[in-house]
Each structure stands twice: as C-alpha cells, then as structure tokens.
Design a protein around this ligand. Structure first.
Ligand SMILES: *[C@@H]1O[C@H](CO)[C@@H](O)[C@H](O)[C@H]1NC(C)=O
Ligand SMILES: *[C@@H]1O[C@H](CO)[C@@H](O)[C@H](O)[C@H]1NC(C)=O
Ligand SMILES: *[C@@H]1O[C@H](CO)[C@@H](O)[C@H](O)[C@H]1NC(C)=O
Length: 119
C-alpha cells in the first residue's frame, strides 16, 4: 500500500478512566500494540479493550520512525482521519515516544503518515 497518500496509517482511541482507587496502584507503562508496536495493520481497539488506563500511567509508542509518527488529535479529527490540527505532536523522531496520561480524558492518537482505516 502506498505510504504517500497524506492520510493516516493507524489510529487508536484510548479511553482511560480516572483512578477510582484511593490507594492507586503504581503507574503502569503500556507499550502500545504490545509486541507489534505502533504500526499499520494492528487493531488497537482490540489491543486496548482489555486494558484499564489510569491517571499517571504511561503509553509507550515503539515504531518505525520513517513510517509513523505520534499525533494526539481530538475526537472529530480522529473520526475524520485528519492531522491538520493535532492537539499535540508527541513525535520525537526517535521511534520511541512516551506519553504520560496526566489528565483524565479520552486520548486519540493517529499517525500522520500512510493511510487511514476506519476505527
Ligand atoms: C477492531 O476490532 C473491533 C472489535 O472487535 C471491531 O469492532 C472493529 O471493527 C475493528 N476495526 C478494524 C479497523 O478492523
Ligand atoms: C476538533 O478540532 C477541530 C479543529 O480545530 C474542531 O473543528 C472540532 O470542533 C474539534 N472537535 C472537538 C470534539 O473538540
Ligand atoms: C512532529 O514533530 C516532529 C519532531 O519535531 C517533526 O519532525 C514532525 O514534522 C512534526 N509533525 C507534525 C505533524 O507537526
């Protein structure tokens, strides 16, 4: 598949709930996509569905820096596959980016390189 379409390779919506336990467990670092990492062809809905994300957890994106980047977008842009106005660009260019889940909300991440799939 062409990677120069100017649309998205992968998209993941990660919902994490506010920690409800007062004695919140130690922060967990999740490698997005598990051993597949952040790449195309992975269904991140399935990856995320059995996980609970809490405040102060971390997301660890491991990817091919030539093919992927890590952009946080809002819901509208996630659903519309747009990276025209990312909320935040988490890309460092190293192929390994860590995102702290420091606020309670739904995070939407997309890669701005490649093609989009409907999520
Ligand atoms: C990912 O998996 C979910 C749950 O099985 C499914 O509803 C969704 O359609 C899948 N998405 C893609 C792009 O295959
Ligand atoms: C997302 O951002 C776009 C562009 O800034 C805006 O038009 C849209 O209303 C926003 N959507 C939400 C859910 O905030
Ligand atoms: C995100 O930041 C990286 C590293 O600074 C930069 O190379 C890339 O062009 C940026 N992407 C967007 C869409 O802003």
């Amino acid at each position: 598949m062409g990677l120069n379409e100017g649309v998205l390779v992968a998209a993941v919506a990660l919902l994490f709930a506010a920690a409800m336990l007062p004695e919140a467990a130690a922060a967990v670092r999740y490698t997005v996509g598990g051993n597949k990492g952040w790449t195309q062809g992975v269904n991140y809905t399935i990856w995320a569905q059995d996980k609970k994300f809490y405040h102060d957890d971390w997301l660890f994106f491991v990817y091919d820096r030539n093919q992927m980047n890590v952009l946080e977008v809002n819901k509208t842009d996630f659903e519309g596959c747009s990276t025209d106005h990312p909320l935040r660009n988490w890309t460092t260019g190293a192929g390994r980016d860590v995102v702290p889940l420091s606020v309670t909300k739904t995070f939407y991440f997309v890669s701005g390189k490649g093609y989009c799939y409907g999520a």
